[in-house]
Design a protein around this ligand. Sequence first.
Ligand SMILES: *Cc1c(COP(=O)(O)O)cnc(C)c1O
Length: 393
Amino acid sequence: MLEQQLRVPGPTPLPNRVLRASAQQMINHRGPEFAALLDSVVSGLKWALHTEHDVLLYPASGTGGLEAAVVNVLSAGERALFCTMGSFGNRWAAIAEAYGVDVVRLAVEPGEAIDPEDVDSILAEHPDINTVFVTHNETSTGVTNDLPALAAVAKGRGKLLCVDAVSSASCIPLRVDALGLDVVVTGSQKGWMAPPGLTMISVSPAAYERAAQSKLPRFYFDFAKEKKYQDRNQTFTTPPVSVMYAIDEGLRILREEGIENVWARHARVARMTRAAVRAMGLRLLAVEGHRSDTVTAVLSPAETPDALKDLLKHARTRYGLVLAGGQDDLSGKIFRVGHLGFVDDSDVYSVVCSLEQAMRDMGLQSRVGLAAAAALAAAREEETAAAEPAGVR
Ligand SMILES: *Cc1c(COP(=O)(O)O)cnc(C)c1O
C-alpha cells in the first residue's frame, strides 16, 4: 500500500522493481556496463515508440526536449506553425518565440482539440511554413489530438512534423514511423514508470538533414553532437545513470505486459475514471471524442477557487489522495486526475472512492457509492472500447 495515492499527471508512483533498479551502484559512463545499459534503454524505447529512428537522450525534463526540437529544426525569423490546446502547447510556442522564430499559432479553447482541416488551411495560406509542432496529449486540459489525421495533413504537404508526446508516449497508441513523425519528445516521469530527469527524443533522417541546415544557436541540445556519441553507445554529457536504470526496468515491465495491452489498460482506467466522476455529477473539460487516456480534467464542483483548493487539500490530508489543480488560466477552475504509467483498475477504485468521500465531507456531494459502481460498469465495457478508433476516445 502506498503512503500516498499520487495521481498527478507525472511524476507517477513507481513499481518496487523500478525503485530497486534505480538504487544500483554508479558505473563509468564511458565504460562497457554503461554502453550495455544505453543500448538496452534505446532499443526498448524504439520498441515502445514503433520506430527505427534514433532516440536521443538528454538529462533534462520534458521542456528541455521541447527546446531541443526547436533549436535543431528552425532558424531565426523562420515562420513555423504551432498548434496549441493549452499550457504545454503554449510553452512550446513561447520557446520558439524566445529564439526569434516567426510563430504562427493555431490555438483552440481549453478542452478542444486541433481540427486537421484548420492545419491544412493555414499550411495552404502560408506556403513558407516548413515545420509543424503539435501536442499529442495536452496534459493541462486532458485532450488527445487525432495524431494520425494531423500527421496525414502535415506530411501530405511535405512538412517536417514535431510532436510533444511527453504525456502520451507508451500509454496512448503512437507509431512514430507509420505516421512519419520527424521529432517526437517524451519524458521519463510520465508514462515510463521512471523518475524525472531524462528526456527522450526520436529523430528522423529528415530532421537530421534539417538540423544540418538550420541556424538557431545550440550547444547542449545539438542533435548531431549527441548522435555522434550515441552511435558509440555513450552520451555527450554525464547521463542520469539512476534514471536510466529505472527506465530500463520500466521498459522490461512494459515488454512483459505487451505494448498493446499497456495501451488497452490506459484506455480502460481512463474510461473508468471518466465514468466515475460523471456518476458523481461532475463534468469533464475535454470534448467528447478527444478525452485523454492518461489524464482527466474535471470542472470544479466548488463555488470558488479557494473551496476547490480546500477540497484537494482535504483529499490529500484525510485520504492521502494527491490530485493536480489547473494550470495557468484554468487554475481554480478544474482539477486533474493522472492515470498513467503505474496504474491499474484497483488504483482507480481507490482514487474515485476517496474523491467521492472527500466531496461528501466538504458538503459537495450527498451520496457515496456512485463512483465505484460506475467505474466497475465502465471496466466491463472492454469490447465497445475496442471498436473505437485507436488513441481517440
Ligand atoms: C509534463 C509535460 C511536458 C514537460 O514538462 P516538464 O515539467 O518539463 O517535464 C511537456 N509537455 C507535456 C504535454 C507534458 O505533459
